[in-house]
Write a protein that binds this ligand. Sequence first.
Ligand code: ADP
Ligand code: MG
Length: 754
Amino acid sequence: MDEPVLVIDFGTSTSSAVLVADGAARPLKEPGSGSYSWPSVVCRDGERLLVGVTAERRKRSDPAAYRAEFKRDLGQVAEIPLGDASYPVEHLVAAVLRVLRDRAEELHGAPVDRAVLTVPASYGDGDARRNLMVAAGERAGFAEVDLLPEPVAAALAPLPGAGFGAGDLVLVYDFGGGTFDAALVRFGPDGGHDVLGHRALDDCGGRDVDAVLIDHIRTAGGDGLAESLHDGGSRMVRLRFGLQLGDFARGVKHQLSEVDAVEDFVTAAAPPSHVARAELATLIAPLLARTIDCCHTLLRGCGVAPGNVAAVLLVGGTSRMPVVADTVGPAFDRLLRRPEDPDLAVAQGAAELELRLPPRRVEPEVGTDITAPRWTLPGGGGRLVRVLAGPGDDFAPGDVLAVARDVTGRLQRLLAPPFPGRVEAWTVAVGEPFASTDAPARVARTGSALRLLDPPRLRFRHDIFKEKVFDVKSVAFSADGRKLVFAHQLCSAWTYEAGTGYRLETNRWSAGDNLDDADVSPDGRWLATAAKDGFVYLWDTTINRPRKLRHGARVSSVHFSDDGRSLVSSGWSSTVRVWDVTTAGCSLQFDAAPSYVLVGVVRFGPGGRVIATGTRDATALWDTATGQQLVAIPHDAHVLGLAFAPDGRRLAASYDDGTVIVWDTATGAPVLTLGERQTGTMRDRVTGVAFSPDGCWVAAGHRGAVIWDAVTGERLGQAGGPDRVRAVAFSPDGLALACGGHQSLEVHEIAVPR
Ligand code: ADP
Ligand code: MG
C-alpha cells in the first residue's frame, strides 16, 4: 500500500488540507469551527504558537501577539514580531502545517510523512519561496515535501457536471483572501496539464474588499460609530477595535453572499450599520475591474483569444460573492464553472492528482558494477531527500529505495535494481547532492533475479537441409535488437527479424561447407562470415553482396567492434587481423600464438581497445593500437568461446573441459569458475558464452543453455532441452536469450520476477 499523503493548500487567509490514504481523499475539518477552512493565523502564547481558530480566539486578549496573512511576507529577511518575540516567516508557516499534520495523523492513526504543498504559480522554478515552502514542510515533520502549482490543482477540482477534456484551455480565476491569481491551464491527453501563463495582483483579495467595506461602514456610521469605537484609548485598545471592525466587516461581507441586505451592530452601543449587496458591488467594482484586466493581459500574453478559452473556473473564497460571477461572466462571454467547493478546490484538485497519477519513479542504471546503481533524474542530478531502505534492508525489484529532488524541485522515487538484494550503504547523506554519474548507494545481490520461460518465445526450425545434419555455429543480435543473425555449419548466414521470426535475408557463401562464425555489425548493416577458403566475407546486407577480405588460412572467428567501424578475424593460422569496415583494408595484424597453433576465437573488448584471443592452451589480451600482448592466461583446455563483461573488467572463457571461467582482465586472475570440470574423452564441452548487457549474468551453451549469476556463480536456470547448444547471445535489452545448436535456433524470453 502506498504511503499516505497530506495535500495542503496553505492560503494567505485560510488553508485547507486533504488526506489521501488507501485510495481515498478526506478533507480535514477544523476542530474548533467544524469547517474545512483553517485560518492561516498564529498567536503567540508564552513559548507556544497557537494556530487557526484557537489563535483567532486569542487575538482579542493579546492583539500584538497575533498575526494573519504572513504568506505575503514569505521571502522577506526580517522576522515577524509577535509580542516580544519574533519569528522567521517560514517558522510561522511550519506551525500551520504542523497542526494540519497532527490532525491528519490523528485521523489516519499512523504517521503521515509525505506532503504535497500547493504554491502560487508565481513561485516559479528557482524562486526562493519554493525552497522556503519545502523547508517549512520539513520543519513541520514531513520527510517528503512536493510542490504543485495552485492553478493546476484547482483545474482538477471536482466540478458539478462534466470535467474538462483533452485540449481544453481553462482560465483559472482565483480570487482569494490576500491575492488575485489568474492562470491559463491547458489539458493534454491522458490527464496531463500545463500552466501556459499566469499573472497575479498582490494587493487585490478578500482583505481589500474588507478594507473598502470597513471604510464604508465607518463613513456611514458617522460620529455615532466613531464615538462607540472612540479611538482615544491605548495602542492595545486601538488594535482591538481594528480587529473587531475587521471581523464585523467580514461577517457582513459573508452574509451578503447569501442575503440581499444586512443590518448589524459593530458594538452593542453602536448605531446600526446597513449594507446592501448592490452597495457592496458598487464599492468593489474597481477591484473587480482590475481582476478582469489582469486576465485579459494574461490571455494576450499567451496569444490566446478569449473565444478560445473553454471555460473560466471561479475559485477562491472571494469568488463566492455573487457579484464576481455577475461581472466575470459578461466580461469573457465564456462558460463559468465553479468547483463544488471553491475554498477546497485547490486541495481537492491536488488530492485528485495524487490519486490519479502515480509518483514519479526513476529506474536505476545497473551498468558495469551491479553493486553501484546510478539514477539519472530529469535534468541530471538531484539531492537525496529521504532514504526508505537503509543499510541492511532487503529490497525486491521495483521497491522504492529512496526519494530525491530533481533540479526543477520535483520529487522522484529511486527504484531498486532489477534483482533482489540488500542495501549495504548510502554514500550520499540526506540533503546532499549527487550527479547521475555518482552511485549514491552500494547494494549487494541476494537472490536470483531470473527465470527462463519455456516454451521459447520463438522457435526456429530449418527443414531445408533435411538430408544433412547441421549445427548452428554462432548467433548475434544487431544493437537495436531487431535482427538476429546466425551462421550454420553448412554454408549460410541467415538473418531473422528477432521479434517475429521472419526471415529477412540469406547470405550464402557459395564455396561449400563449414561456416564457423558470423557476426552482425551493431547497426545491422554489415554481416561478416568466417569461411573455409581463407576469406572473411563482409556482406553489405542492403545489396546482399560480399567483399572478400583475405585472411590467410581457414577463418574460424569474426567480431565487430561496438562502434561498428572495425572487424577482427582469426583462424587456422596464428595471425589475428583487424579490418577497417568502410575501406575493407587491414589496419593491424599480429601473431597471437606460435605458428602451429590456430586461434579459434577472437573478440573485441568494449570500446574496441583490447582484443581477446582463445587457443587450445591459452587466453590472451592484446592492445588494439599496437598489437602488443597485455595479459596471457595459460590453461590446459581448449578455449571455445569468449565474452567480455560490458565494463571490460571481466572476460568469460568457455572451455572444452566443461567449465566457464571468468577472468579479471587487469590481472589475469580467475574470479569465478562455473560448471564442473570433466576429464576423459566423453567430456561435455562448453561452447559459446555471453554476458548479459547489464553484466549480471553469464550464459553458456552446454546441454541446453545455462545461465549463471555473474557475481555469485549461482546457477540460475536452463533454457532449451537436452540438445547441445553451441552458441548463445543475449538480446540488447537483456530480456531474451538466443540459443543455437543442433538443428535448432531458439529464442527464450527471460522473465525477471517482480
Ligand atoms: P487564500 O487562498 O488567499 O487564503 P481563500 O480562497 O481561502 O483565500 O479565500 C479567503 C477569502 O475569501 C477571505 O477574504 C474570506 O473573507 C473570503 N470569503 C470566504 N467565504 C466568503 C463568502 N461566503 N463570501 C464572500 N467572501 C468569502
Ligand atoms: Mg488560495
